[in-house]
Design a protein around this ligand. Structure first.
Ligand code: 13P
Length: 336
């Protein structure tokens, strides 16, 4: 393991003004996204859509890294060059989602464990050869009646730490993503309690498995009230709760925290990120607070593209605009 390389890569991913595009939707997820605009998900439509994003001019001003799915890291663009080369041409760092998804956790009541550890060492070696310099693994936790359970939290934290150890061994920066879902009608206090508990367990397991924290990034949910809560809280409250939760649980050696958008609208995710950065600056937090958005960056350009090459220009304009405003939010400068 090359610690210096890991630390350099982590720093490059959270460099001033920039954040990460998560374009790593699995086959099922990208199908859902394409269903929403009424187009079929085929190898060609997936390629065209992602090529449109990666070839958007000058997104390197706002985007430091792009997380890919297994198919995409191996895929050629319409002109025959690899899609990875399109990313590298902009000086953007390619990354790869390496988990195999959340599956039913045996012996639990409806909770999940993220799979993909078997054979991971060999897959990581190959991904490095294909150009990846960082990895992502997402554990999923739900809030509900007595959920998440200690069983689910500990099992996922253990898997996240195993993934992180194997990634660092392969000189790939692990993005550790324990997502507490916003599904449900819970209060922001319930989200705060669950997120604090999950993050404490995650850092306990990372310490036990000798992870070099300086060569990792954390990808958490923001602390929010549930999607169906009667009292959706405002951005100021989201920022206060989120920064407090992170200050209490995330070690200062972690260089950066890159939030997921997690089902918020793009506007909500942007407003909240900006408020979080404003509060974080006031409180002199030790980490960079940036983004690693999927839907938060892609919802608008996906709609604008709508599966037709005629819409290429407007889709790219829309994507560029989302990157730009999210970068402003990452600096605490986005005001509606
Ligand atoms: P969203 O921003 O759409 O939540 O996607 C981020 C991600 O990579 C989830 O794993």
């Amino acid at each position: 393991m090359n610690s210096e390389q890991l630390i350099e890569t982590a720093k490059a991913l959270i460099v001033h003004k920039k954040g990460i595009l998560a374009a790593d939707e699995s086959g099922n997820t990208i199908k859902k996204r394409f269903d929403s605009i009424g187009i079929a998900s085929t190898e060609i439509t997936r390629r065209d859509y992602r090529q449109m994003l990666f070839e958007t001019e000058e997104i390197y001003s706002y985007i430091s890294g792009i997380i890919l799915f297994d198919e995409t890291i191996r895929q050629a663009s319409s002109d025959g060059d690899s899609l990875v080369s399109k990313i590298a041409a902009q000086g953007i760092i390619p990354g790869i989602k390496v988990d195999k998804g959340a599956k039913a956790l045996a012996g639990s009541h409806g909770e999940t464990i993220t799979e993909g550890l078997d054979g991971l060492r060999e897959r990581l070696e190959e991904y490095y050869e294909l150009g990846a310099r960082f990895t992502k693994w997402r554990g999923v936790l739900s809030i509900g009646n007595n959920l998440p359970t200690p069983y689910c939290v500990e099992t996922n934290a253990h898997a996240l730490a195993r993934f992180a150890a194997l990634s660092q061994e392969a000189n790939l920066v692990p993005i550790v993503e324990p997502e507490v879902l916003m599904d449900g009608d819970h209060s922001i206090d319930a989200c705060y309690d669950a997120t604090s508990y999950v993050l404490r367990e995650v850092y306990d397991h990372l310490a036990r498995q000798n992870i070099l924290l300086e060569g990792t990034l954390l990808k958490p949910n923001m602390v929010l009230s549930g999607k169906d809560a009667t009292n959706r809280v405002n951005a100021g409250q989201v920022a206060e709760f989120t920064v407090k939760c992170l200050l209490e649980t995330v070690p200062e050696q972690v260089p950066g925290i890159v939030f997921l958008s997690g089902g918020q609208s793009d506007e909500e995710a942007t407003v909240n990120l900006s408020a979080i950065n404003q509060v974080a600056t006031e409180q002199c937090v030790p980490w960079q607070l940036s983004f690693s958005y999927g839907r938060g960056l892609q919802s608008a350009p996906l709609k604008a593209w709508a599966g037709s090459s005629d819409n290429l220009q407007s889709a790219q304009q829309s994507f560029y605009q989302r990157c730009k405003v999210t970068s402003l939010a990452r600096q605490g400068l986005y005001n509606t």
